[in-house]
Design a protein around this ligand. Structure first.
Ligand code: FNR
Length: 378
């Protein structure tokens, strides 16, 4: 199949672009404003220069690592993404199953289109995490957390970089509504992607978190639903209400990282939301070593943003990340071909990580240390 023939994630991205309607692809592929943050995140990985050791026995290069007290098969976490059933009718359950089979965590978003219970039922043996956006109705947050907890989710990722919606201009220009409406670009668009539209119109309507009177565009919904007044006190409130592990996603400064480490979070995700929020925000791969230096002894530090290959994962881990979150990478696979597409992405990431380690003269993830990587042009 074309999924099996994809040689890298770029091939899967191109396939996704053919299969999904343009506005759906652009919702995934796009970012905020002039998309500089996103471009820089990717460009930072392009500047990676590896320093390979030779004549080390690299017959074996196992990829497993321990995070939050548990072994996973490779240092990759499938990050939270909203409206995943819009990308492909199989949606979150397909992604969770692919993660379960690959032995890595999957994070369900507050803005997901599948309930926590249904994700747990689809991937009962998986390590399923939950991501929280704090909504204005505070009691509702606790209900959301209870549902996640009842579904066995024991890691909470609180995303803190969306006080208000970023300006995703591709969505604005397409007039994207959630759920997408068939009137959009009409018959021409439909005829270009008949399989997607057939699937979409014959599957269950998208269910997602919303609020009375919410407008049909994502930014409008976000701004009505999410609470922009959240502070670190609220995080302490969540800390006390949540019994499991707690990560904060969207950390973009060293001083914030220190403040968060001091309130007892288990980990921090250095992230600018894949460039979908504040444009020209710090580039995750560049900021990572400073955050690791400042709080790495107190909190696990993760990298999120721009990961498009297993070599990128190797570079981020070498620069101090416990693991990488990925977003678009698995969504390209999902759009290209449902669960097998996501599995193909994870197989590619793993094969690329193993090969990179072997060529680097490293025989396990622990061997990925800062001396293995230099960022050119710094
Ligand atoms: C996201 N992201 C995101 N993050 C989050 O905390 N909650 C969410 O609901 C979403 N939704 C979402 C939808 C889509 C389509 C994308 C592409 C991203 C951000 C995501 O978790 C992650 O931070 C970025 O995707 C990382 O950048 P890369 O890996 O896509 O380059």
């Amino acid at each position: 199949s074309r999924i099996a023939a994809a040689a890298d994630l770029g091939d899967l991205r191109r396939l996704a672009r053919k299969r999904a309607p343009r506005m759906v692809f652009d919702y995934v592929d796009g970012a905020a404003e002039d998309e500089r943050s996103m471009a820089r995140a990717v460009e930072a990985f392009e500047r990676v220069e590896f320093a390979p050791r030779v004549l080390r026995n690299v017959a074996q290069a196992p990829t497993s690592v321990e995070i939050l007290g548990r072994r996973i098969s490779m240092p990759v976490v499938l990050g939270p993404t909203g409206f995943t059933r819009m990308m492909h009718r199989e949606g979150e359950p397909a992604v969770a199953r692919a993660a379960e089979k690959a032995g890595i965590p999957y994070t369900l978003s507050t803005m997901g289109t599948t309930t926590a219970g249904a994700v747990a039922a689809a991937a009962p043996g998986g390590w399923n995490w939950f991501q929280l956006y704090v909504v204005r109705d505070r009691a509702r947050n606790l209900d959301t957390l209870s549902l996640a907890s009842e579904a066995g989710m024991d890691v909470l990722v609180v995303t803190v970089d969306v006080p208000v919606a970023g300006a995703r201009l591709r969505d604005v220009r397409h007039g994207l509504t959630i759920p997408p409406s068939l009137r959009w670009r009409g018959v021409l668009e439909t005829s270009r992607h008949p399989a997607w539209w057939f699937d979409y119109l014959t599957s269950e309507p998208l269910r997602f978190a919303t609020v009375e009177g919410a407008p049909p565009d994502l930014a409008g919904l976000t701004n009505m639903l999410f609470d922009p007044s959240v502070t670190i006190e609220d995080l302490e409130w969540i800390r006390s209400a949540w019994r499991g592990r707690l990560l904060v996603k969207g950390v973009q400064r060293v001083d914030d990282a220190k403040e968060l480490a001091a309130v007892g979070v288990d980990g921090l995700v250095v992230s600018n939301h894949g460039g979908r929020q504040l444009d020209r925000s710090p580039t995750p791969l560049e900021l990572l070593p400073e955050v690791v230096e400042a709080v790495g002894d107190r909190a696990e530090v993760y990298l999120d943003g721009g990961v498009r290959s297993g070599a990128d994962v190797a570079a981020a881990v070498a620069l101090g990340a416990r693991a990488c979150f990925v977003g678009r990478a698995y969504l390209y696979g999902l759009m290209a071909g449902g669960e097998p597409g996501v599995t193909r992405v994870l197989d590619l990431l793993r094969a690329e990580l193993v090969r990179t380690m072997q060529l680097l003269g490293v025989n396990g993830v622990e061997g990925l240390t800062p001396d293995a990587v230099r960022l050119r042009g710094r």
